[in-house]
Design a binder for this molecule. Structure first.
Ligand code: ME8
Length: 509
């Protein structure tokens, strides 16, 4: 069977320029997509923007622009940011794209025709910044449970999706598929806080604003934003269009990467929409934690952030990618600060990786004019070192499967650290002083080059620019994922004077 992998990020609201939090989800998805692609999977990676709704309408009118004009600028800015960060999406879907609009209208009509959507009256609490409706019981001290701001009482004619009809089926599905909601703590939260108390039907249309996809058979209604937004994961692949090739090939998604605050929409509402459409459910929804600054979520509505390009320009895209992926453990929150970013660059990228590459290539040049083969003059200390290199891919594969990206990097950096220790233990500079130890010296350097080569292959998905540099320095033909193992015999002719991969950053006081 052909190996395929379909991964998505949330489609972000273009109400303001994207920040480092959006970068975080997108970097994880990009790295997983690159990993799978390099590992031989036919991969599709989707990201985009969620462009309808009252909040965007309001923002645009405050700026004196039409909604689409207002959004176009933000989307251009986002695409530039993704380019600078090395994000290799296959499609950037915009919910104003014609094919999406058309497909959503068809979905709405189908669900109405089959009785899953019905007309009623909406009464409830609405949080405008979060674009979320809440029931009285979900409010915290009378305020929005997500952002803690005031909510408004609203009442209007609206269409509803019958969530209640599918509740039992969904509970059974979640029970039978323990890997569906990741990490497990989020699964328990969904089941206990949302499913067990019972689902209320969901409002899926509005008449109080007009910036949305019109309901074809009742034109004063526009599709309310979550039905519009969630459908992007299938409309992007051509669902309900003349050409469903991509949809047939890639659906169901292998994983939806989302922030923890929208797991609820992806594991309750989205599966129910799919059940109603008689489509298979995504295999996994991964709800990651937040990047926080001094305990507060980095958010557009709080404004506590800089343009991510400032960090990219100062420290490189790879450093920002590495920091985001490494600093935040599976599913937890992680603190974002420039000091923490610099500390990671110095401790891991410069001191461990950069240092190993420089020392090894430097010695290969100094002692052998950069030309190294394997004389197989081995000693006991080599065995565990070579084993660690050989087993690394198995280890990273398993952790990728569990979406433990931070642990993948930890494993790779363990091998890089072990390599520096191997230098300290074998002391090549002492071997160099003794003509009879020449073969041993060359064996040591060969083993080190193998460690650099194999770790470099596995680091490619995470740090594409720096690994491309190391690949040039090593000048080896064996750069593919299937070659991420210790190769006994090859000839290295390494570059003569590599620039340091990462400079140590001295922070100005
Ligand atoms: O929710 N830390 O869009 P949005 C980590 N349009 N991730 C963060 C973050 C932070 N501080 N801040 C934002 C929406 N994110 C909807 C989604 S999907 C069908 C519709 C990331 O612009 C994280 O992935 O509010 C979060 O879920 C998403 O941005 C929210 O982006």
């Amino acid at each position: 069977m052909e190996k395929k992998f379909y991964i998505t990020t949330p489609i972000y609201y273009p109400s303001a320029n994207f920040h480092i939090g959006h970068c975080y989800s997108t970097i994880i998805a990009d790295s997983l997509a690159r990993y799978k692609k390099l590992d031989g999977f036919d991969t599709y990676f989707l990201t985009g923007s969620d462009e309808h709704g009252q909040k965007i309408e309001k923002k645009a009118s405050e700026a004196g622009l039409e909604p689409k004009e207002y959004i176009d600028k933000i989307v251009d800015n986002a695409k530039d940011l993704w380019k600078k960060l090395g994000i290799t999406y296959d499609r950037f879907i915009r919910t104003t794209d014609e094919d999406h609009v058309d497909a959503v209208q068809k979905i709405f009509k189908q669900l109405y025709d089959q009785g899953d959507i019905y007309k009623g009256e909406y009464r409830g609490k609405y949080c405008t910044p979060c674009e979320s409706f809440w029931t009285e019981s979900q409010l915290v001290d009378g305020n929005c449970p997500d952002c803690h701001r005031e909510v408004q009482e609203v009442s209007e004619e609206a269409y509803f999706l019958r969530l209640s009809k599918y509740q039992k089926r969904l509970e059974e599905y979640i029970e039978a598929h323990p890997e569906f909601i990741q990490p497990e703590s989020r699964k328990n939260e969904m089941v206990n806080n949302f499913l067990k108390p019972g689902l209320e039907d969901l409002c899926v249309s509005r008449t109080s604003f007009s910036w949305g996809i019109p309901v074809t058979f009742d034109e004063k209604h526009v599709v309310y934003v979550w039905l519009d937004a969630l459908s992007n994961y299938i409309t992007a692949l051509g669902y309900n269009s003349d050409d469903e090739t991509l949809f047939k090939k890639f659906w169901p998604a292998d994983v939806h990467i989302v922030g923890k605050e929208i797991v609820r929409f992806h594991t309750i509402i989205w599966p129910i929409i799919l059940m109603a459409l008689d489509l298979p459910l995504p295999k996994k929804v991964f709800g990651h934690g937040w990047l926080v600054i001094d305990g507060a979520k980095i958010a557009k509505s709080v404004g506590n952030y800089k343009d991510p390009r400032e960090y990219i320009d100062l420290y490189s895209a790879d450093a920002v990618r590495y920091f985001s992926l490494r600093e935040i453990p599976f599913g937890s929150d992680g603190n974002f600060s420039e000091d923490a970013l610099i500390a990671r660059i110095n401790s891991d990228l410069a001191n461990v990786w950069g240092n190993l590459v420089n020392r090894t290539i430097g010695m290969a040049n100094k002692y052998f004019n950069g030309n190294i083969t394997n004389p197989h003059t081995t000693e006991e200390i080599d065995t565990p070192f070579i084993e660690a290199i050989d087993n690394l891919k198995k280890d990273t594969d398993a952790k990728i499967e569990e979406l433990q990206v931070s642990k993948v990097l930890e494993s790779i950096f363990d091998v890089l650290r072990a390599s520096n220790k191997y230098i300290d233990d074998t002391t090549p500079w002492t071997l160099a002083k003794d003509e009879t130890k020449k073969d041993r010296l060359e064996t040591v350097l060969y083993n080190l080059l193998e460690a650099i080569r194999v770790t470099n292959i596995l680091l490619k998905p995470f740090m594409p620019e720096s690994t491309a540099k190391v690949e040039k320095y090593l000048n080896s033909q064996n750069t593919r994922f299937e070659e991420a193992k210790f190769i006994e015999n090859q000839t290295y002719q390494v570059t003569d004077s590599p620039k340091p991969l990462f400079e140590r950053i001295q922070k100005e006081q």
